[in-house]
Design a protein around this ligand. Structure first.
Ligand SMILES: C[S@@+](CC[C@H](N)C(=O)[O-])C[C@H]1O[C@@H](n2cnc3c(N)ncnc32)[C@H](O)[C@@H]1O
Length: 277
């Protein structure tokens, strides 16, 4: 039996800080203090986290309904909240299969709420770290068929990876493991939107031990290298295919984008210029 993960409630953890901003109850005093300090530095954090969840809802809906995606790997899923990935996907198509992964032990404690699948589909939860792609891919393969397209979701997580973690290498590792026709969806805190406010926000998070690394639109765009970006490209999450003017007007400092892994090109020397996938 693996050791249960250690739960240290004396230091803030991103999942619980985020839960507090979303109005959830699965957080501790240290998380609330950090969340309040973050809000003092960046009052727009509240509308930003809501805009991020709305982006998730629209993006998963688009992939399930219009792109025909039936498998989702949601890494850094966060604590259960409104419109979890499997709820959105299975509302569109009940046979959708969803694997969640997060490194916060509190998410594990609440994971049963993420596992209430439709009878036709399936859900699973992995207590895992995105910096161990092999472990996540191996665990996810129990539920997902990696010979078929998968939507790899990394919403609000990559800004917790610093350069030494090799975030671009990690994303590339996941996208190398999925079939052509798979998708990558990212949302990421922006360094180049309200830069002074965001720098103060980051400083206040670092002071409390939450390490993060904000990135510019160009830096976020690099995560999609080699993939086909869907319209409208890398934009503020509130501007990614919004449903209403109200959504567009939501203040946010998160970049978001969705891209498709192209078919494998076989050179004409191999077989007359055919394309597979
Ligand atoms: C800001 S929340 C985003 C939650 C959800 N994806 C969303 O966008 O609404 C970030 C999540 O990433 C998780 N996380 C942070 N670093 C992680 C890591 N190295 N491995 C796995 N999960 C991580 C946190 O526990 C948290 O649940």
């Amino acid at each position: 039996m693996p050791e249960p993960p250690l739960l240290d409630t004396s230091v803030p953890h991103p999942a619980r800080v985020y839960d507090y901003w979303l109005g959830g109850k699965d957080n501790f005093a240290a998380d609330r203090e950090a969340a309040e300090a973050g809000f003092a530095a960046w009052p727009g954090v509240l509308s930003s986290v809501r805009a991020n969840r709305a982006f998730l809802r629209r993006m998963v809906g688009h992939l399930a309904v219009e792109a025909g995606i039936r498998q989702f790997l949601d890494i850094g899923s966060g604590l259960p909240t409104a419109s979890n990935t499997h709820e959105v996907a299975q509302a569109a198509e009940p046979s959708c299969r969803v694997v969640y992964a997060d490194n916060d032990p509190v998410v594990l404690l609440h994971a049963r709420n993420l596992l209430a699948s439709s009878p036709e589909g399936a859900t699973d939860y992995l207590q895992a770290d995105i910096r161990e792609p092999g472990e996540i891919l191996e665990g996810a393969a129990r539920t997902l068929d990696f010979t078929r397209p998968v939507a790899v979701m990394m919403l609000g997580i990559l800004h917790f990876l610093v350069a030494e973690d090799d975030p671009y290498g990690i994303v590339a590792r996941f996208m190398a493991a999925v079939a052509p026709g798979s998708y990558l969806a990212i949302s990421h805190l922006a360094s180049d939107v309200n830069p002074d406010v965001m720098a103060e926000f980051t400083r206040s998070m670092h002071e409390r031990g939450v390490r993060d690394r904000l990135r510019s639109r160009a830096e976020v765009g690099r995560f999609f290298d080699g993939l086909e970006l869907l319209e409208p490209g890398v934009v503020l999450v509130s501007k990614w295919r919004p449903d209403s003017d109200l959504e567009v007007r939501a203040g946010t400092s998160l970049w978001g984008g969705v891209a498709r892994k192209p078919a494998v090109r076989i050179s004409s020397a191999d077989c007359g210029g055919r394309t597979t996938g």
